[in-house]
Write a protein that binds this ligand. Structure first.
Ligand code: UDX
Length: 472
């Protein structure tokens, strides 16, 4: 590029704006502010309460390490505000991290992404922008939405250019800060014009402050968007695959942990994401797969759509199977029994209950007319919201202390793999339960033979139950 061409490239200031202060926007911006002290980072959201929480000592989400990073940078080069218009005016680099829930109405209901918030954001950017902007798509969006964003932005701007980049998020809840600090890879998708590549390089330089250059992957914008959906679909598929194997293990007497270990040692397969469970939850997997399925159907690729849809179906089946196993083990009736749920979050180290399999299991138990007692170190607030009516009617009880929660119960179901559940004194818990006392380990985290020795009837997942020594 000669000097004249360089001169014609837009200049961008070092102010970053993130629209959307949720699980992705908040932690990501905190880490960018931490690593790039010369940038000023502002996170905006329409939700005043959420912004107030980001500005307080009680952050709106729980993530190990998040408090420290936020407190270290807040008020220095990290700000949280509700002034979206002001933010758009003063910042030249804009991350869009608004939520894209699954559509609940009209065409594609239950499958396609609801782009209302996202489109509103694009229009707000257009309305308030007074200088050249780089707009970075951080929300998970259906492939080719970057193009739609470009169309909206280019529709009315006079003398202002917008460069759209795709920078999908791969952080997992519960390990967001370390995923952000040490990512496996960062994807930056862009167009191929000189201006697009210039914008891309600015974002590459931001990440290169702390991410080794070879882990920053630049690619086409549509490949980048599709990679996010495909990565989540592959991960979810592994879980449904091992869960399908777990069902067969229970019938044949094989042990799913042994099988997972055996297949994970194949270096082509690898050991991660092979833990059989009561099913995957969280805000991404189901939503992203359904998005993918919608795309396939849109393009008439129905065989492929069916293939991916089966991953979600197996997940639903696994939750139902867990419930039916409980029912069968407890003499085909749960009515008037008390079942204690150890864990309610969709996985350990998060307070998030979105799509948590615990919700489905709890609802199934309630339908069988049993009482449910829920304990969880971080997710009781979510459980209180989810079951407000049932709590009111006395069908669901919440207890912070697991010993108190299990007191007088007929069964414990381990639903979240919080390490603290390994450390409990199960002898004492057993003493205070109704007999016969059952444990259903939906995460396979406990020492099953020890529990059996204490007298529990133990039902691990994907391995033979331990119930036959005659003790009660
Ligand atoms: C996921 C992706 O990992 C992340 O890259 C993406 O950006 C967002 O979606 P997250 O939903 O936070 O992250 O959690 P993840 O750790 O992937 O777990 C998802 C679900 O799968 C949890 O319910 C978890 O308990 C379950 N799981 C995971 C299993 O049942 N077995 C496993 O072996 C691994």
């Amino acid at each position: 590029m000669n000097e004249d061409e360089k001169m014609s490239l837009p200049a961008y200031n070092k102010n970053i704006l993130c629209i959307g202060a949720g699980y992705v926007g908040g932690p990501t911006m905190a880490v960018i502010a931490d690593k790039c002290p010369d940038y000023r980072v502002t996170v905006v959201d329409i939700n005043e309460e959420r912004i107030a929480a980001w500005n307080s000592d009680e952050l709106p989400i729980y993530e190990p390490g998040l408090d420290e990073v936020v407190k270290r940078n807040r008020g220095r080069n990290l700000f949280f505000s509700t002034d979206i218009a002001g933010g758009i005016k003063s910042c030249d680099i804009i991350f869009v991290s608004v939520n894209t829930p699954t559509k609940t109405y009209g065409e594609g209901a239950g499958m396609a992404a609801d782009l209302r918030f996202w489109e509103k954001t694009a229009r707000q950017i257009l309305e308030h922008a007074k200088s050249h902007k780089i707009v970075i798509e951080k929300s998970t969006l259906p492939v080719r939405t970057a193009q739609a964003m470009a169309r909206i932005l280019q529709s009315g701007a006079d003398g202002i250019s917008f460069e759209i980049l795709s920078n999908p998020e791969f952080l997992a809840e519960g390990s967001a800060i370390s995923d952000l600090e040490y990512p496996d890879r960062v994807l930056i998708g862009s167009g191929s014009t000189e201006k697009a590549l210039h914008a891309r390089d600015i974002l590459v330089d931001i990440y290169a402050r702390w991410v080794p250059r070879e882990r920053i992957i630049t690619l086409g914008i549509w490949s980048s968007e599709l990679s996010k959906l495909a990565a989540n679909a592959f991960l979810a598929q592994r879980i449904s695959s091992i869960n399908a194997i777990s069902a067969l293990c229970e019938k044949t007497g094989a042990d799913v942990t042994e099988v997972a270990m055996a297949i994970g040692l194949d270096s082509r397969i690898g050991p991660k994401f092979l833990n059989a469970s009561i099913g995957f939850g969280g805000s991404c997997f189901k939503k992203d797969i359904l998005n993918l399925v919608y795309l396939y159907r849109f393009y008439g690729l129905h065989e492929c759509a069916d293939y991916w849809e089966a991953v979600v179906k197996i997940n639903e089946y696994q939750k139902r199977r867990f419930l039916l196993n409980m029912l069968k083990a407890m003499f085909n009736t749960l009515a008037e029994k008390r079942i204690c749920l150890f864990g309610f979050a969709f996985k350990a180290f998060t307070s998030d209950i979105r799509e948590s399999p615990a919700i489905t299991v709890a609802r199934g138990i309630l339908e069988e007319r049993a009482q449910v007692v829920i304990t969880d170190p971080k997710a009781l607030a979510g459980a209180r919201q989810e079951f407000a009516a049932e709590i009111e009617r006395g069908e669901v009880t919440l207890a912070k202390d697991p010993y108190e929660a299990a007191y007088g119960c007929d069964a414990i179901a381990i639903l979240t793999e919080w390490p603290l559940y390994r450390e409990l004194d199960y002898r004492e818990i057993y003493r205070n339960m109704r007999k016969p006392a059952f444990i259903f380990d939906g995460r396979n985290i406990l020492d099953h033979s020890k529990l059996r020795e204490m007298g529990f009837h133990v039902y691990p997942l994907g391995k033979p139950p331990l119930t036959d020594s005659g003790k009660d």
